[in-house]
Ligand binder design. Structure first.
Ligand code: 6PG
Length: 230
């Protein structure tokens, strides 16, 4: 059973995740010369990104960090729904990371399949990633792998998927890329996640994409009290 760390608030959850992330970064840079990190989209990780920018601007050697994304909505990077935009606003524009170390999922190809192929090529040299941050959707999705349509055996590293609500077209890392990782953090916050968190942790039938995340390395759940069954 993967460790579940429970915190009284999103702020406390984010502070603990930032501290654990910084430790992994320091270890990876010391032993392998770089730290490869895949960011999650959605809203939950925004607080973590703000904590990293505020409290770890100098404590992490960003020159040796490479940023990727677990998924992206197929919109321009300056669109309000863009995961890249959210990370730029809350983290990237506020830390000394070289632009060449930031590897956004491309969304400018006319054919999204070409974007997925280009991103899989960019990801390849970074596999296994040192850390992947993931969120949990209320339907049990993670990144942009959705129940009923995801293929746990997909050999590709990145694929086009279609969300049940807009923005429909997405690019997502596959379970193959996720489960090769040295570390995965799930960040789950809010009462609206309580039921799905229980279902995913009890899921023995592989109904939910999040249930299939079982990295070769270590999986840690960072949850707040609102999301945790009493
Ligand atoms: C996205 C995310 C998605 C997210 C979950 C949880 O692009 O939206 O990758 O998988 O992590 O939907 O989102 P919240 O953190 O906003 O609840």
């Amino acid at each position: 059973m993967s460790p579940i760390e429970c915190f009284h608030s999103l702020e406390a959850l984010s502070a603990a995740a930032a501290k654990a992330l910084a430790r992994l970064a320091q270890e990876a840079i010391a032993t392998r010369g770089r730290f490869t990190l895949a960011l999650s989209g959605g809203e939950t990780p925004r607080t973590l990104y703000e904590v990293l920018a505020r409290d770890y601007r100098d404590a992490i050697d960003w020159q040796h960090v490479h940023l990727f994304w677990g998924d992206e909505r197929y919109v321009p990077h300056d669109a309000p729904a863009s995961n890249c935009r959210m990370a730029k606003e809350s983290l990237i524009d506020r830390i000394p990371i070289p632009e060449v170390n930031v590897h956004p999922i491309p969304t400018s190809f006319s054919n999204p399949e070409d974007a997925a192929k280009a991103y899989a090529k960019a990801l390849t040299p970074a596999i296994p990633l040192d850390l992947i941050l993931l969120g949990l959707g209320e339907d049990g999705h993670t990144a942009s792998l959705f129940p009923g349509t995801f293929d746990p055996e997909d050999e590709r590293l990145a694929i086009v998927t279609h969300a049940p609500k807009p923005p429909i077209t997405r690019i997502s890392m596959t379970l193959r890329a996720m489960n090769a990782a040295r570390n995965v953090f799930f960040l789950v916050s809010g009462e609206e996640k309580r039921e799905i968190l229980d279902r995913v942790l009890a899921d023995r039938d592989g109904k939910y994409p999040a249930s299939w995340v079982a990295p070769l390395g270590k999986l840690t759940w960072f949850v707040d009290e609102a999301a945790q069954t009493q």
